[in-house]
Design a protein around this ligand. Sequence first.
Ligand SMILES: [Zn+2]
Length: 677
Amino acid sequence: MTHRSWFLAAALACLTAGGAAAAGSPPEVFPAANFDTTCSPCRDFDQYANGGWTKSHTIPSTMASWGSFNELSERNQSTLYDILERAAHDKKAPAGSDTQKLGVFYGTCMDSAEAEREGAKPMQPLLSAIDGMKSKDELPTQVAWLHAHGIRALFLFGAFQDIKNSDMMIANAAQGGLGLPDRDYYLRRDSASVATRREYVDHIVRSFQLLGTPEADARQASDQIMAIETALARKSYTNVQRRDPNANYHKMRVEDLAKLAPSFDWANYIAKRNGPKFDSLNVGQPPFFTALDSVITATPLPAWQAYLRWRVLEDAEPTLSTPFVEEEFRFQRVLSGVTEMQPRWKRCLRATDQGLGDLLGRAYVKEHFTPEAKARALRLVHNLEAALDDRLKVLEWMGDSTRQAARVKLAAFAERIGYPDQWRDYSAVKLAPGPFYANRQATRDAEVKRQYDKIGKPTVRGEWNMTAPTVNAFYSPTLNSINFPAGILQPPFYDPSWDDAANYGGIGAVIGHEMTHGFDDQGRQFDPRGNLRDWWAPDDATRYKERAGKVAEQFNGYTMLDTVHVNGRLTLGENIADLGGLALAYAALQKELAGKPRPGLIEGFTPEQRFFLAYAKIWRRLQRPESVRTQLNTDPHAPGHWRVDGPLSNLDEFARAFGCKEGDPMVRSAEARARIW
Ligand SMILES: [Zn+2]
């Protein structure tokens, strides 16, 4: 099968790049071929540590980028593929069992013949309802109906942990309703943005034509849709504004929301959502809802119908017959640069991860994550926490009251390793052979309802918003929890057979990164219970902001694609987390090494050098220019190259390890250097 051979080829390429290890000796952690020794580590560390790897690898045609995260993710997907194929072929699995549910969901997704037969039919009921609208007064009913199906239209509305009373869930209304990745895509005038808008419009037109709409009508519809989306974009907060929790918190009574947007019958919308009753809610961005009101007043019914039809069609496209799937991919290419579609099994695997994530995660963990692996990871987490506590005790710029409060917050971290304590219950989800669209809808309807029904109830603190096989990790400011899914606790991040330095520079830096999120420019505004509450002495807050300002300035100075700047304010939290994570993991490594005989050189490197090499290795990455552009416009993470060279150039520990001197590009001047934690 093509996907299997592709995977093997990639794995082999990695092995050959690694060089032939002598029989019986452990594989090298830092093979010589991965370096570019013509580049000094003090000039460009990413190039020095990863230049050979970059040169000997290419991005697979189905991918937007290729790096350590992708390598591991490919391995995990191969494991998940085996689980799902077994489930789909298990004819004896009892009805309603996990295996049967996984098998039906994945199996119907893989049934391409059924998808071709059905064409656009599965979404017809939703389209007919929109076609049947008699007046704009029906907008709330229609939008409620789409929202209940997980289709994003006009705005977002759901349950949200009250950030000023974190033990309770409340209703939340927020900006939304756009088709392009961010509001700036509608408003920027540079040639790349103009070209993306043109592609988006053509995508809308072609998609409608696939439904049988004549081109002229499809063009008219796309104009109407763009007019609505552009008007909403204009009054949407920027991605930098959305990072400010206070600016996005406006608790009010439902009547007050109705005053912001009287042309939309909120009582009717809420009634149609058919969930818990409530009197008050958070409105994230009031100016957006005021603008929404003007758009509703100014836009005639046929334009609304075009807009809602598009929301349904765009959402359904990836699950329909080939012409729709290819049309959706055509537009994804514009944003990602990918040249070939993912094979069906990968798309279906991803859909299963989204629809039945905890069933798949439970099967994955059962086979691939041992209690010993969990215990080892927890030990590392505790060592990193001890390093942060040590640091807090002596941090020179912080006064004692803030210091004490920070230590209390650290001590309150909830540590979640591998998978959630409580797996999600899917007993309400009914799946059946037939069109995949219906099964996807069944999982989404159940999930939307499960989330919505949380309104007015106490917060469930153990929930995860990432599935167990995911190669990622996260910190939740409102739960004050650090979460490390089983998927990431493996090479090239972590391997029990490696030396301490390689593990602390890899997974250690990831753990430190997530912990530092609790104290980044956003996280520091939340208290140990996850409430948005200022626990900082004013002088300490001022000193923090000065230091954070230096980090923002540093990254504002970096460019990609020759001239496009990294947004220092958008990426500030992540950059603070990288910088802090490295410092903490380094300190934890020193603690681990203390009192033991000093290890000799391994593969020619000291432990300190291996620590930084391991860090550079996790961020090595090849990325298509289209994908870099999208990342710079939307992603709070800086591109991999700057995630290596940026933080390291602030660290004395790095300069010492590689003998870098003042004036070297990897050593920032004392005044410009940023150090927070
Ligand atoms: Zn992060």
